[in-house]
Design a binder for this molecule. Structure first.
Ligand code: FCB
Length: 499
């Protein structure tokens, strides 16, 4: 994803921008801590056991399109990801999520994995076209039944169902009607949310409205590397505003049905560090933070857009008077998905003058180069989690935070005895948990940690080539086998401490 999922700025900056940039919306902290001057990777104390607060949620996360398969079973409609993956050339490996981990039929195996890992929370998503095949109208009872069975199974196992309402699989019919840049999609989303909450809200109390809004807006509508594959700056800008409206309106609709629910969004974030001490680079890091981390937080919590661009393109974004009241939502928690940090520097005057997009957003972003890399090419930099959690805590008056995703891709698979020795994944999670615990010790109110992912699954445009699981998935037999990291994580969850 460093080259694909995370290359927003290569596109937004236009031709001539450096390659190998991190995602448009990775995280950004203005603090100098961890800037590229130090030669070694900053470490957090691992010399004594780290304990976590009572009631902490230990969890793993998945998403419908990445695991379910059954892409046209029991009345499910086509999603933009079905269409995209079936379009030659869109998925690197030529694979699709038609079968994925077959969780539509094997969800009991997934719950068995959660139990074996002693987890007390499970973050999974609902496929909108399974509920409303064409994005509007009556609910498909079989789709609702499927999720209802999972929720019952989780509750029986004493596992909190933590439900993502939208993890990127828009019904294709709504894309045909204009997709996320079309204001009407917000109203369709609210209808869908109401259907789901009426059906499951008696048993589910924790809801995530969107997964990584900046990623699906950017990669789907500007970069084109994800569904629906459009490449338009205007569509992208409009999509971000419609998603912000949808977030506010759906929040209110959900609370009207279930006032006691806890409702938030899983924002993709990254620590944004200035490349140098110069004023220009500091400003660039702030702009990167604004677009990457809080473009969907500020409209919700403060009724405004943060200062990312040289000016707010209100007309292009089709912001109407009164809209910034509608985007408001007093989110009950801030979900943070974090994978790496971002280094930001100011674009030069020639670049600004030469490219409209760079004039609007005069920032260059790259990934850090000091730490080791995962198989995806992402730098391992646990301090990014510390920096991001402490900044969000400081800037938003100590909100409740859920780490909704954190994880790494390594190909380590079973040896001749069937065991996957993925020591690097253990190191990754251990180091990130140490960083998180430091942030908690300094006052952050973190409620849970959701490792990405429960098992190896379909990694979007990368197909099955990137393995993020705590369990190994054999995609031929669909057998799931817990890796060393999953066993280690089971112990962490059982004792609520990292030894
Ligand atoms: C995140 C996505 C998730 C998964 C991980 C690796 O950006 O939310 O579905 O693909 O990256």
């Amino acid at each position: 994803m460093l080259q694909t999922r995370r290359s927003f700025f290569r596109t937004i900056l236009g031709a001539g921008a450096a390659a190998g940039l991190p995602g448009f919306f990775a995280a950004c902290s203005s603090s100098k801590a961890g800037t590229a001057t130090a030669k070694s990777v900053p470490q957090f104390d691992l010399s004594s056991p780290i304990t976590f607060p009572t009631g902490f949620f230990w969890s793993a996360a998945t998403a419908a399109y990445q695991i379910e398969g059954a892409w046209k079973e029991d009345g499910k409609g086509e999603s933009i990801w079905d269409r995209f993956a079936h379009t030659p050339g869109k998925i690197k490996t030529g694979e699709t999520g038609d079968v994925a981990c077959d969780s539509y039929h094997r969800w009991r195996d997934d719950i068995a994995l959660l139990r074996a890992m002693n987890l007390n929370s499970y973050r999974f998503s609902i496929s909108w076209p399974r509920i409303q095949p064409s994005g509007s109208g009556a609910a498909n009872a079989k789709g609702l039944d499927y999720y209802s069975r999972i929720v019952d199974g989780l509750l029986e196992a004493h596992i909190r169902p933590f439900v993502t309402l939208y993890h990127w699989d828009l019904p294709q019919a709504l894309e045909n009607a204009g997709g996320w840049p079309n204001r009407d999609t917000a109203a369709r989303y609210v209808d869908y949310v109401q259907i789901v909450v009426k059906a499951l809200g008696d048993r589910v109390s924790d809801w995530i409205l969107f997964n990584e809004p900046s990623v699906f807006a950017y990669q789907g509508y500007l970069e084109g590397s994800h569904a629906p594959g459009r490449t338009s700056l205007l569509d992208f800008l409009r999509a971000t505003h419609v998603i912000n409206l949808a977030q506010g309106e759906a929040f209110r609709a959900l609370k009207a049905i279930r006032p006691a629910s806890r409702v938030g969004t899983a924002f993709n974030m990254s620590a944004c560090e200035p490349a140098t001490d110069s004023e220009e680079d500091r400003l660039a890091a702030e702009r990167a933070h604004a677009i990457t981390n809080v473009w969907f937080v500020e409209p919700a919590l403060r009724g405004r857009y943060p200062e990312a661009f040289t000016f707010l393109p209100e007309t292009a974004m089709r912001i109407k008077s009164g809209d910034l009241e509608k985007t408001r939502a007093a989110l009950d928690f801030i979900g943070i998905n974090l994978y790496y940090r971002t280094i930001a520097s100011a674009a030069g005057s020639f670049e600004r003058a030469a490219h409209l997009q760079q004039w609007l957003f005069p920032v260059k972003m790259t990934g850090g180069q000091q730490g080791p890399k995962t198989d995806f090419g992402w730098e391992v930099w646990p301090k990014a989690l510390y920096d991001t959690v402490t900044r969000i805590t400081r800037d938003y008056h100590r909100p409740a935070i859920e780490i909704t995703e954190n994880g790494c891709s390594y190909a380590d698979g079973p040896d001749t005895t069937g065991v996957s020795h993925d020591a690097r994944r253990i190191d990754y999670h251990r180091a990130h948990l140490a960083a998180l615990s430091q942030a908690i010790a300094e006052g952050a109110d973190v409620r849970g940690y959701h490792a990405w992912s429960l098992m190896d699954n379909f990694e979007w445009a990368e197909g099955f080539s990137q393995r993020f699981g705590l369990a190994y998935t054999d995609f031929k037999t669909q057998q799931r086998t817990i890796k060393d990291s999953g066993r280690w994580y089971a112990k962490v969850a059982e004792e609520s401490r990292v030894g």
